[in-house]
Design a protein around this ligand. Structure first.
Ligand SMILES: Cc1ncc(COP(=O)(O)O)c(C=O)c1O
Length: 404
């Protein structure tokens, strides 16, 4: 494990704590090479009112002074009241934080924005990352928006639609046969060797800082109140850990009294963190066997922080099967008007599981993180059989509508 090697104030409010360098990238990520902290005070939180956006929280971000140059709109995603899903689950105060309303339809766009803001200011022409798909699509499109070159390392199972998006944005894509972990290591080696700017989540601590703004928005959208429970999918882990950091910092700033209980959701076919939670053993690699590519992570880099965050929040974990995920995709579409990809629907599927396991009460205020859009994965969801071909005749319309 690395040792802290000192803290420096590098941005207006942010203190950067560095840890000593280990050679292995994964090892470095487990210890979190850099963490940011702030002189927490209510003054760091913006006044109520005004437009929601990631940059609204710049006093709680590692960001130099000066105007933001990243051109795409980021943050301020909706928190839906979902009446149909409330009715379906018998939950009176269920909400969905819709992180698909972003430039590329996933929660990755926040981190991409802050990383690219730094790349622009530091004049770094090439940015790189390893990803199961959404990070890569996000970086490719984000880089295109501000004239950077993106080099993307993806595992062999990345979805075709995501690969097409990356190509459309002009990224160089390297598909690594040995899978995600190998892609990740190679991307770190390449960034170091060629001087590229790495956006790898967990490695680049800016990503956590950007993603924590989801928690700040949720708190603001609830009228500056915490939900009772926050449900989040877990793949590599930074999404959940960043949420926890956001909630923790609201408490540290003295504007909230407690964190919500955080419930992490993994796929039954890839649950290394849940297994460690239940057995007390260290996290061990698990061969992914799930259709939810976003959470099919063999050896989660932020696993230890996720375990700590969930424990500290008084939360828990659940697992969901692929059938549960497909059902959740259909339910979210049919009863919520929300289009989620499998990993993006894991939060909702996990909420259903947590409710039936008694981990959450039916009248608690529960916020579910929806992380990725179905648009990039249209092959999931209810199978499309056939449209009804009819004559232009009102009687036939009535007949079909009454039968469905
Ligand atoms: C749609 C979606 N949901 C959830 C996750 C999991 O996030 P994390 O790896 O931060 O745990 C991912 C990660 O790629 C994703 O793409």
């Amino acid at each position: 494990m690395g040792q802290p090697t000192g803290a420096t104030v590098v941005y207006p409010n942010a203190t950067e704590e560095r840890f000593d360098d280990a050679t292995d990238a994964l090892e470095r990520m487990n210890q979190g090479i850099i963490e940011y902290s702030y002189d927490y005070a209510p003054a760091l939180i913006p006044e109520a009112g005004g437009e929601l956006s990631l940059w609204r929280y710049r006093d709680l971000l590692p960001l130099p002074e000066g105007a933001v140059q990243y051109p795409l709109q980021i943050g301020g995603t909706p928190l839906h009241p979902v009446p149909g899903l409330r009715e379906l689950l018998g939950m009176s105060d269920l909400w969905v934080k819709d992180e698909t309303r972003t430039p590329t339809g996933s929660n990755k766009d926040r981190a991409t924005a802050l990383v690219l803001e730094h790349a622009i200011r530091d004049d770094r022409p090439v940015v790189s990352c390893a990803s199961t798909g959404n990070v890569a699509a996000s970086l490719a499109i984000g880089a295109a928006s501000c004239g950077r070159k993106a080099v993307i390392f993806v595992p062999a199972h990345a979805s075709d639609a995501k690969l097409r998006l990356m190509r459309l944005a002009g990224a160089t894509i390297l598909q690594i046969r040995q899978g995600y972990e190998a892609a990740f290591k190679l991307s770190e080696e390449a960034a170091a060797a060629f001087g590229w700017y790495s956006r790898n989540t967990g490695y680049n601590p800016l990503t956590t800082e950007a993603k924590k703004t989801v928690a700040l928005e949720i708190w603001e959208q609830f009228g500056r109140q915490m939900p009772d429970v926050m449900v989040s999918p877990v793949g590599d882990g930074p999404t959940l850990s960043a949420l926890a950091k956001g909630f923790r910092e609201l408490v540290a700033c003295g504007v909230a009294e407690r964190m919500p209980r955080i419930i992490g959701v993994q796929a039954e076919g890839c649950q290394p963190i849940v297994r460690a939670w239940r057995t007390g053993e260290p996290i061990a690699a698990s061969e992914p066997d799930t259709l939810a590519d976003g959470i099919a992570v063999e050896m989660p880099v932020s696993g230890p922080s996720v375990l700590r965050d969930v424990r500290e929040s008084g939360g828990d974990f659940v697992t969901v099967s692929d059938d549960d995920l497909l059902q959740a995709i259909n339910d979210m579409a049919e009863r919520g008007g929300l289009l989620a990809e499998p990993a993006g629907a894991a939060g909702f599927a996990g909420t259903k599981a947590a409710l039936s396991e008694g981990l959450i009460g039916s009248d608690e205020r529960v916020a579910v993180l929806m992380t990725g859009t179905l648009f990039k994965n249209m092959s999931y969801g209810r199978a499309f059989t056939k449209a009804h071909e009819i004559d232009a005749d009102l009687g036939q319309v009535r007949e079909i509508v009454e039968a469905e």
